[in-house]
Design a protein around this ligand. Structure first.
Ligand SMILES: [Zn+2]
Length: 307
């Protein structure tokens, strides 16, 4: 009797197990499907939301491109009909023929800690000048490029890296350096710069590439290069006194009508800053001269010309 009872119990237990297993096999997948279903639904909703956002952003981008906000892509294909340094620097063409001399103050190598001081003095005397700048990305430099443009000076190029060994290593590296600076300045100021000063001048003997090739490249790219015919002397290492700088300039101005003066905007060239107001005052008191920024009308001063 006991044996029969035991067997029944075991069978019942077995039945329970089978039923339990079946229930588990059916119920768990159902619950899982429901959970997954809900998840899929919410993800679909999220995707729809993102799609809408994307369309809105695209539309916004398109309209901002139309209104002139530029991207790197548009810079590459940028045409020359955008405002140029020359146009911004010089308002309606004026007649300067009543002056005996035209004086172009040009500052190489900036921006630097002295840029603001130079700009302050130029502003005080209402003189427009030309800055042949190099590539710097710190906040203060970015502000300096923008101030140069905003105050009506000509923003011109003097290579991105200013490293002779890199710029003049090959035609390709020269081009790459120049493009980098041109596009960079355009991006932060909205001005497409087209005036260039070769580091060391067009007659430098450092270049591994024939300078003639680089001159040709500039001509093909619509870029005009300017050397100088008066050296202020401030490039000499060690501090030159402000009086010497002024005298160097005045001596050169006496002998010329088109005066392209080479000066430097560098952190260690304080005497250039000190000489500036003195120079302007002395010129104004002794010469019938006008200070001008470089523009398309400026007579080029080139040590080495295209052959
Ligand atoms: Zn330089």
């Amino acid at each position: 009797m006991e044996g029969t009872y035991d067997r029944r119990k075991r069978i019942r237990r077995l039945k329970k197990m089978i039923v339990g297993t079946i229930i588990a096999m059916v119920v768990i997948p159902v619950i899982a499907s429901i959970i997954l279903g809900i998840r899929v639904y919410s993800l679909q909703k999220e995707v729809m939301g993102l799609k809408e956002e994307l369309t809105a952003t695209r539309k916004q981008l398109e309209s901002s491109e139309e209104t002139g906000i530029y991207t790197t892509a548009t810079v590459e294909t940028s045409s020359r009909d955008i405002p140029e340094a020359a146009e911004l620097a010089q308002e309606p063409e004026e007649d300067y023929s009543m002056y005996d001399k035209r004086i172009y103050l040009t500052f190489d190598d900036g921006p630097s800690r002295n840029t603001d001081k130079i700009l302050d003095i130029l502003k005080e005397y209402d003189v427009k000048a030309t800055f042949f700048v190099v590539g710097k990305t710190d906040e203060e430099s970015v502000r300096a490029y923008q101030r140069i443009v905003a105050e009506g000076h000509t923003l011109a190029m003097h290579s991105y890296s200013h490293k002779y060994s890199e710029i003049y290593a090959s035609k390709e590296s020269f081009e790459q350096d120049l493009r980098q600076l041109q596009e960079y300045l355009y991006q932060i100021t909205g001005v497409w710069p087209r005036f260039y000063r070769f580091p060391g001048g067009s007659s430098n003997t450092v270049s591994k590439v024939d300078m003639q090739e680089l001159i040709e490249y500039l001509n093909e790219s619509g870029i005009t290069y300017f050397d100088w015919n008066i050296a202020s002397g401030d490039a000499i290492s060690g501090q030159l006194g402000k009086d010497t700088i002024v005298n160097n300039c005045i001596g050169g101005i006496k002998a010329k009508q088109e005066c392209m003066i080479l000066m430097h905007d560098a952190s260690d060239k304080n005497s250039t800053v000190e000489a500036l107001s003195l120079l302007i005052e002395q010129v104004r008191s002794s010469e019938n001269a006008v200070f001008l920024p470089i523009t398309d009308e400026t007579t080029t001063v080139q040590h080495r010309k295209a052959e």
